[in-house]
Ligand binder design. Structure first.
Ligand SMILES: Nc1nc2c(ncn2[C@@H]2O[C@H](COP(=O)(O)OP(=O)(O)OP(=O)(O)O)[C@@H](O)[C@H]2O)c(=O)[nH]1
Ligand SMILES: [Mg+2]
Length: 204
């Protein structure tokens, strides 16, 4: 069984006076676009967000075809790593793909490849790294229980970076070239501002 976690507990400050997770993106709430794109390669979906977001996200995900669970932040605004840990702790699958709610071009083929890498190499995570040096920790596959525990420990140490919990885990770096071989590099595009939303409309 493979799980997915959509991390959506951010404040969308660059977007403005609305939650970008449920913002209309060419007729569909962004979080729904993400969920629909990854649905073919997972068996369940966990959405991590704050309690005050749940209703709107539930509405956006009405009739979603897979089992759907909400994993609410026990403490809000602790950053993406806290959200990843909370989401992963609620997963039933051994491995889970984490995807940020603001990656509406996520490519299921890339996610499937990340699952294959983590599973076949029996590691705790498969994390893409782009040629610009950025690790794509919010579009990566993790062993759910191991990463959830490592996030909790890292938070307790006062860490906030997603790379901090990975320090105690065994993981593989997936290169940009490897991602490009298996899918579309547009998979990592993330939308932060209204302008980026407007520009992204063209892509659908
Ligand atoms: N649970 C949780 N998720 C977060 C938090 N901060 C960011 N995220 C999520 O992490 C992902 C990447 O974060 P950002 O692109 O910075 O999103 P954001 O924080 O909502 O937007 P900005 O306020 O403009 O930075 C998004 O999916 C966010 O929903 C947080 O404090 N808690
Ligand atoms: Mg942020």
């Amino acid at each position: 069984m493979r799980s997915a976690v959509i991390v959506a507990g951010g404040r969308s400050t660059r977007f403005g006076d609305a939650d970008k997770a449920v913002a209309d993106l060419a007729g569909v709430p962004m979080v729904r676009r993400v969920a629909d794109r990854i649905a073919p390669v997972v068996d369940e979906l966990v959405v991590n967000c704050r309690a005050d977001q749940q209703k709107a996200i539930e509405t956006a995900l009405a009739d979603f075809p897979l089992p759907l669970t909400f994993a609410l932040d026990p403490e809000t605004d602790e950053g993406p790593m806290a959200g990843i840990g909370t989401g992963l702790a609620a997963c039933d699958g051994e491995y889970a793909a984490v995807v940020a709610c603001d990656m509406p071009f996520v490519d299921a083929a890339v996610v499937a490849y990340l699952f294959e890498r983590a599973e076949s190499e029996d590691v705790d995570a498969a994390v893409p790294k782009l040629e610009d040096g950025w690790y794509q920790t919010t579009q990566a596959v993790y062993r759910a229980d191991a990463m959830a525990a490592a996030c909790e420990a890292a938070l307790a140490r006062g860490e906030r970076k997603v790379l901090a919990p990975l320090e105690e885990l065994e993981w593989v770096v997936v290169s940009e070239a490897e991602v490009a071989e298996h899918g579309n590099l547009g998979t990592f595009e993330n939308l932060n501002t209204r302008e980026e939303f407007e520009a992204a409309r063209e892509g659908f």
